[in-house]
Design a protein around this ligand. Structure first.
Ligand SMILES: [Zn+2]
Ligand SMILES: [Zn+2]
Length: 377
């Protein structure tokens, strides 16, 4: 367990809901040691979907419609457990049919500095499932009773995690479902993300520590879109702590840190500790010894800790492809590094290169630069 304050288990369970009395909710201390909430104890509590069907608590079928400040009545529902590949099915229309959030209960949006998330207006202000209490006492098969945290608290915590992930604003609406592949390699990469998130054949879901993904290819083929789409599912659907880090920005943050006497550790440690790190545009920069040192520290520490790392890079495995792919994305590359024949291996060093092979499944993504069509935001 890391000491990272962003760790999901240590986050304050702040709720976006008000209680009926506007009082701070303090769950009563009735969690018995042998009955505390543990997904392996009770399959109903498991984060991962056990089947292809969306997992919706049976009890919510009886939920009364909640009337909220003059709005039309709506069903309160937090279907945070459905896999991203699932589309709402006809029979679930009973639970509400919100076209805004597509059954998720939350909406991500581009705030000024980074992507943010809010509760959808289809959600009741006071959660009718727990009556604003944040949870309820349940009876277990063993005869014991335990405090079960309501799904509304889980969602609140996940929304906090999303904000802490520092996803850039321009990726606020990027989902795996919204990704339109224009090449087989893109479709293959997306299929891998779906499978990694949840593999129906083995009934296995992604766990922090699983092998990551490295996407290489020219700029604008959707590498970061795919990564962010996967990341948001891990955060908002599974409650896994993730972090987006642009590699070029990391370098400038660290340079900036030296002038302000901020120790390297302060910047690097949170990136080492986070369960899932997305390192965007690895290899960007001047390829100096100092930059190689930073890559080495970051990747080695995560490798040793067995943490999942996701990486995108414009550099490929051999000089000719690198040159060709990078020249395709001419408009997106700084002139100083343009037309470098460096391979990924040149950019990260032999040791890290071989570690990346161990840590990540590698995909070469090709395709048209759709940023030129859609215009870079
Ligand atoms: Zn909604
Ligand atoms: Zn609730």
């Amino acid at each position: 367990m890391s000491n990272n304050p962003l760790n999901r288990y240590e986050l304050p369970a702040r709720s976006p809901y008000r209680t009926r009395t506007n009082q701070k909710i303090v769950p009563q201390q009735i969690v018995f040691p042998e009955t505390k909430e543990d997904p392996s104890h009770n399959p109903k509590n498991a984060e991962a979907p056990a089947s292809d069907e969306p997992q919706i608590a049976e009890a919510s079928r009886e939920l009364p419609r909640a009337r909220v400040q003059g709005q039309p009545t709506s069903f309160y529902r937090v279907n945070v457990k459905a896999s991203p590949a699932q589309k709402p099915v006809e029979e679930n229309k009973f639970f509400g049919n919100c076209p805004r959030c597509e059954w998720k209960g939350y909406l991500t949006f581009a705030a000024e500095s980074q992507a943010d998330v809010k509760l959808c207006s289809c959600q009741a202000e006071i959660c009718p499932q727990c009556n604003g209490e944040g949870g309820s006492i349940i009876s277990l098969e063993s005869g014991n009773r335990a405090w079960k945290t309501c799904d509304c608290r889980k969602l609140a915590r996940r929304m906090e995690l999303y904000r802490a992930a520092h996803i850039p604003s321009r990726f606020a609406d990027k989902t795996l479902d919204a990704f339109a592949p224009n090449d087989d390699s893109q479709a293959k990469a997306r299929a891998h993300f779906y499978k990694l998130y949840y593999d129906p054949t083995s009934n296995r879901s992604f766990k922090p520590g699983d092998a990551g993904v490295l996407l290489m290819g020219s700029p604008g083929v959707g590498k970061t879109h795919l990564m962010v789409g996967f990341l948001r599912n891990l955060i908002l659907e599974r409650g896994i702590a993730c972090r987006f880090q642009d590699f070029g920005l990391l370098l400038s943050d660290m340079r900036d840190g030296y002038t302000r006497d901020v120790p390297e550790q302060h910047i690097l440690q949170p990136l080492v500790d986070i369960d899932v790190l997305l390192l965007d545009d690895l290899g960007k920069g001047r390829n100096s010894k100092w930059e190689l040192g930073i890559i080495d520290t970051l990747i080695s520490c995560r490798y040793n800790a067995g943490r999942t790392t996701l990486i995108t890079t414009n550099y490929t495995l051999d000089p000719e492809t690198t040159l060709r792919e990078r020249s395709r994305g001419r408009g997106h590359i700084d002139s100083e590094e343009f037309l470098s024949r460096d391979t990924l291996r040149d950019r990260v060093g032999d040791r890290i290169y071989s570690r990346l092979h161990e840590m990540c499944r590698i995909f070469f993504v090709r395709g048209n630069d759709y940023r030129q069509i859609l215009q870079k935001p």
